[in-house]
Design a protein around this ligand. Structure first.
Ligand code: TRP
Length: 381
C-alpha cells in the first residue's frame, strides 16, 4: 500500500473564489490544468475552491465568496475542466483540512510565517497593520490570515499531492509545505506525508499576463481584465481600446512591439495557422511584427486580427458556459460529488496522520490497551 501510494501522481491546485476568472488566470493556470488533465499522466486531480482561505482577508464579506464559488466553477467547466477526470471541491466542506491545519500549526513558528514572502507582500498590499502595539486590539494581523500558509500546506498534503500547478507567487507556499512535511515525518518518525513539487507556467507571459491597459498585471482591482465570461461585444470594446504604442501615431510611423499589448496578447494566444485564415499578408507573427516595427501597419488592423484570435478561443468557452448556466443544478451536483470524493481522500490521510501521532484514540481500543500496558505492564494483543 505504501509503495503504491508513493508512485501515484496526484495534482492538487486551487483558487480563492474572490472573482470571476480572467485571461490572466487562463494563460497562467487554467489552460495548463486542462492540458494536464487530458494528458492522462495523473492518477488523480483535485481542484480546490479555497473559500476558507478567501475568508482570511474577506471575513466581513462572505456573500462575495459564496457567489463566486459558482462563478469560478462555471469558469472551470467552460474552459475544459472535465468533472469525470478532475474533482472540483469546496475547502470549507472538507473538515480534515481544518484538523490538519491545527496539527501543522505546532510545526511552524511565527518567525517562519513572518518571513514568508507571499504573506509579507500581501500584508503590505492589503494594508494590514503589523506593528506590535500591545494595547491596541485592532493592531497586528488577523491570526487567520497570518497562518493561511499552514492551511495551504494542509490542502496540499491532505491529498498527498505530488504536483501543484500554480503561479510563481505560490512558490513560498510550496516551500513552507515541504518544510512542514519534513518536520512532520521526522517528528513522528513516519513517511505519511508527501513532499509536493510546484509546476509553474513555462514563459514570462504565462506567468504574468499584463492588463489591456499595459499595466504589469491583469487584475480585477486595476479594471484591466478580459474575463472568460465577457460577451463578444465587451471583448471587442476591450480589444479595440487596448494599449499599444503611444509613439505610433500615423500608420507609416515605425512602431514598437515590446510593451504593446496587442503583440503581447498575440504572443500568448495566436497560432501560426491563424495567419493564413485571418491575416494572409503575413506568414507568421514575426513577419507581422517586422512590418509593424518598420512602419506601415496600423493598430486597427492588428487589433482586428487579435479579436479574431481571441474570439476563436473565447467563443467555445462562452458557449460551454451558457450550456452549464442552463443546467445549473448539474453544477451543484458536480461540486457536491467532487467534495465528497475529496472528503474521503482527506479523511484517509487524516487517519494516517493521527495514527502516526498516536492520537488515534478510538482505533481498535488502542488507548485502553496502551493504558493497560502502562499501568500493569501487560502486553495485550
Ligand atoms: N493560494 C492560492 C491563491 O491565492 C489558492 C490556494 C489555496 C491553493 N490552496 C491551494 C493553490 C493549494 C494551490 C494549492 O490563488
Amino acid at each position: 500500500m505504501e509503495a503504491k501510494d508513493a508512485k501515484k501522481k496526484i495534482i492538487l491546485t486551487g483558487d480563492r473564489p474572490t472573482g470571476k476568472l480572467h485571461l490572466g488566470h487562463y494563460v497562467g493556470s487554467l489552460r495548463r490544468r486542462v492540458e494536464l488533465q487530458n494528458s492522462g499522466k495523473f492518477d488523480d486531480i483535485y481542484i480546490l475552491i479555497a473559500d476558507d482561505q478567501a475568508l482570511t482577508d474577506n471575513w466581513d464579506n462572505p456573500k462575495k465568496i459564496r457567489d463566486n464559488i459558482i462563478e469560478v466553477t462555471l469558469d472551470y467547466l467552460s474552459a475544459g475542466i472535465d468533472p469525470d477526470k478532475s474533482h472540483i471541491c469546496i475547502q470549507s466542506a472538507i473538515p480534515a483540512l481544518h484538523s490538519l491545519t491545527f496539527y501543522y500549526m505546532n510545526l511552524v513558528t511565527t518567525q517562519r510565517l513572518s518571513r514568508n514572502p507571499t504573506v509579507k507582500s500581501e500584508m503590505k498590499m492589503r494594508g494590514f497593520n503589523d506593528n506590535e502595539n500591545v494595547n491596541d486590539n485592532e493592531a497586528g494581523l488577523p491570526a487567520g490570515f497570518f497562518t493561511y500558509p499552514v492551511s495551504q500546506a494542509a490542502d496540499i498534503t491532505a491529498f498527498k499531492a505530488t504536483t501543484v500547478p500554480a503561479g510563481e507567487d505560490q512558490m513560498p507556499m510550496i516551500e513552507q509545505t515541504r518544510e512542514i512535511v519534513q518536520r512532520f515525518n521526522q517528528t513522528y518518525n513516519c513517511d505519511v506525508l508527501v513532499k509536493p513539487e510546484i509546476l509553474i507556467p513555462e514563459n514570462a507571459t504565462q506567468r504574468r499576463l499584463p492588463g489591456t491597459d499595459g499595466k504589469a498585471k491583469m487584475s480585477k482591482s486595476l479594471g484591466n481584465c478580459i474575463y472568460l465570461s465577457d460577451d463578444a461585444k465587451t471583448v471587442k470594446t476591450k480589444v479595440m481600446g487596448m494599449y499599444t504604442d503611444p509613439t505610433h501615431i500615423n500608420i507609416e510611423d515605425p512602431g514598437h512591439v515590446d510593451g504593446n499589448m496587442v503583440f503581447t496578447y498575440l504572443d500568448a494566444f495566436s497560432r501560426e495557422d491563424q495567419f493564413a485564415e485571418y491575416m494572409p499578408d503575413y506568414k507568421n507573427l514575426d513577419e507581422m511584427k517586422e512590418h509593424y516595427t518598420r512602419g506601415g501597419l496600423g493598430d486597427v488592423k492588428c487589433k482586428k486580427f487579435l479579436l479574431k484570435v481571441m474570439e476563436e478561443m473565447l467563443e467555445p468557452i462562452r458557449a460551454e458556459r451558457a450550456r452549464w448556466e442552463a443546467n445549473i443544478s448539474d453544477v451543484y451536483d458536480i461540486l457536491e460529488s467532487g467534495t465528497k470524493a475529496a472528503r474521503e481522500t482527506t479523511e484517509a490521510t487524516l487517519a494516517e496522520v493521527r495514527a502516526a501521532m498516536r492520537i488515534n484514540y478510538f482505533d481498535d481500543r488502542s488507548i485502553i490497551k496502551d493504558w493497560d500496558e502502562w499501568v500493569h505492564g501487560n502486553h495485550v494483543g
